[in-house]
Design a protein around this ligand. Structure first.
Ligand SMILES: [Zn+2]
Length: 230
């Protein structure tokens, strides 16, 4: 029956990811709690049927039901990634719920970084708080953990000070290292870096090396891989 549990988790993940997109869109106005979703173009209020994660996009052939304009494929893609991220979360445990909150915060940061090349610290504040609550882990760090943590932390710190890396990436590394473990965080960053390199080789003709790159979305996909491999 494990598949029912995973399917439920996947559906919860798609709904949370769908809401994350709304939160990011309206973060500056703050009306993401009560306001209904609207079409970006014709501003018609969407019904529940128009807002089913992934499914609505497929049924409506990627177009708004009211004005027929194309909806970005980004939305169902984020919903799908959200579904994968929550696939193995155990919502019956406190640690599972805490992990779910941390994932949601990192998803907000990833979407915002993708759209605007930055994210607001308030988006990851709950994750920072939960990481601080787990700070007792810090005193249990073994020598092996420190060997994994310190070199990567110094490299990230160096690049952040050189302004080659945003401070957001460093904060996210610290959250992953202390909420999970340094080993976990390193693998997430490794997967994220591989994905970035892979995309660079695919698009190397059009990519400028001077271009600022949103790294948090890659970190988020790295996190999904690491959560699924656990
Ligand atoms: Zn429309």
């Amino acid at each position: 029956m494990a598949w029912i549990y995973q399917l439920t988790n996947f559906l919860i993940g798609t709904c949370l990811a769908s809401h994350a997109c709304v939160v990011c869109d309206r973060f500056d106005t703050g009306d993401f709690i009560w306001g209904r979703s609207r079409c970006d173009f014709c501003l018609t209020k969407l019904t529940l049927v128009d807002e089913l994660p992934i499914l609505s996009y497929c049924f409506l052939h990627g177009k708004c039901r009211y004005c027929q304009r194309s909806i970005s494929v980004k939305l169902p893609l984020i919903e799908f990634l959200g579904g994968l991220a929550y696939l193995k979360i155990d919502f019956s445990q406190m640690t599972g719920i805490a992990t779910a909150i941390v994932i949601f915060c990192l998803l907000l940061a990833a979407i915002s970084d993708y759209d605007r090349l930055e994210f607001h610290l308030a988006m990851i504040f709950p994750a920072l708080l939960l990481t601080l609550l787990r700070f007792k882990h810090l005193f249990k760090l073994q020598l092996g953990d420190l060997i994994e943590l310190i070199p990567i932390l110094l490299v990230l710190l160096f690049y952040t000070m050189q302004k080659k890396l945003g401070s957001g990436d460093l904060i996210i590394y610290l959250i992953l290292a202390f909420f999970f473990t340094p080993h976990f965080a390193n693998l997430v960053f490794l997967f994220g870096s591989f994905l970035l390199l892979f995309q660079f080789f695919l698009k190397r003709k059009t990519w400028s090396l001077q271009k600022q790159i949103a790294f948090v979305p890659y970190i988020f996909v790295g996190l999904i891989i690491q959560l699924l491999l656990q």
